[in-house]
Design a protein around this ligand. Structure first.
Ligand SMILES: [Zn+2]
Length: 80
């Protein structure tokens, strides 16, 4: 079981299985993590089916899995 949350703590998650862990040394990952590299844990979509914030997604990125999608934060929203 892996648990995590956003920095603010408003969104929390749990996943049973991590599909892949990767480490990237590109300039964007170094800058965003304030470190020599960025570490990312990837999960399969069915394990993490919640798309809360989609307002900033790229216009060509279409999400078709039927999970809830909101353009912005919805106060009081609790995932089922
Ligand atoms: Zn990178």
């Amino acid at each position: 079981m892996v648990e995590g949350s956003c920095l603010r703590g408003g969104i929390a998650f749990e996943v049973d299985e991590v599909a892949m862990i990767s480490v990237c040394h590109c300039s964007l990952c170094r800058k965003s993590r304030g470190s020599a590299f960025g570490t990312t844990a990837s999960v399969r979509a069915p394990a993490f089916p919640l798309h809360i914030f989609v307002g900033s997604r790229a216009p060509w990125w279409e999400i078709t899995d039927g999970a809830p999608q909101f353009e912005e934060w919805v106060p009081g929203y609790e995932p089922e």
